[in-house]
Ligand binder design. Structure first.
Ligand SMILES: [Zn+2]
Ligand SMILES: [Zn+2]
Length: 159
């Protein structure tokens, strides 16, 4: 195991960076149409952290944009190369989550295993694994909320 959970991410053009001070506590795959277009991929493999464990440099080049679904999710992409770096979502007053795409981590970084697939109804192809798959907007939202409050508050060693 690497000794430090701290990690800095750079986008492909190097103009945007962010840091994390804790290991992500959960990971899921999202098949929603917004992820498909933002990531130009059939689905997005995403890690979950508390927003307090993510730091943005004072002068960053990350542009935040809100999409209609999921509500209040603010997605940050590099203003120069367009790489999705981080998303923030308020799950309760004063409680914000951060979503960081798995592809942003270096290969050596130890990530949690994928817990589930959500927005599976808008998948572009079937996935043949044994993980739970949630279809429908409300079911997907509920599954994600359970993951946040289950994994996010259990054994919060880094909190
Ligand atoms: Zn999505
Ligand atoms: Zn960039």
């Amino acid at each position: 195991m690497p000794t430090s959970t701290n990690q800095t991410f750079n986008c492909s053009c190097g103009k945007s960076a962010l840091g994390i001070t804790s290991r992500p506590f959960a990971r899921f795959v999202c098949h929603c149409t917004i992820c498909q277009s933002v990531y130009s991929a059939p689905f997005a493999d995403i890690t979950l952290l508390w927003a307090k464990n993510v730091s943005l440099p004072d002068a960053h080049n990350i542009q935040f944009k809100k999409y209609r679904r999921p509500p209040a999710l603010s997605r940050g992409t590099c203003g120069s190369c367009g790489l999705p770096l981080v998303g923030f979502l308020a799950v309760a007053p004063l409680l914000r989550m951060a979503f960081i795409p798995t592809q942003n981590y270096p290969e050596s970084y130890v990530l949690p295993p994928v817990s589930m697939h959500i927005f599976y109804h808008s998948r572009t192809a079937d996935v043949s694994d044994y993980l739970p798959k949630y279809s429908g907007y409300l079911r997907s939202q509920l599954a994600l909320t359970k993951l946040v409050f289950g994994a996010g508050f259990s054994g919060a060693a880094d909190a």
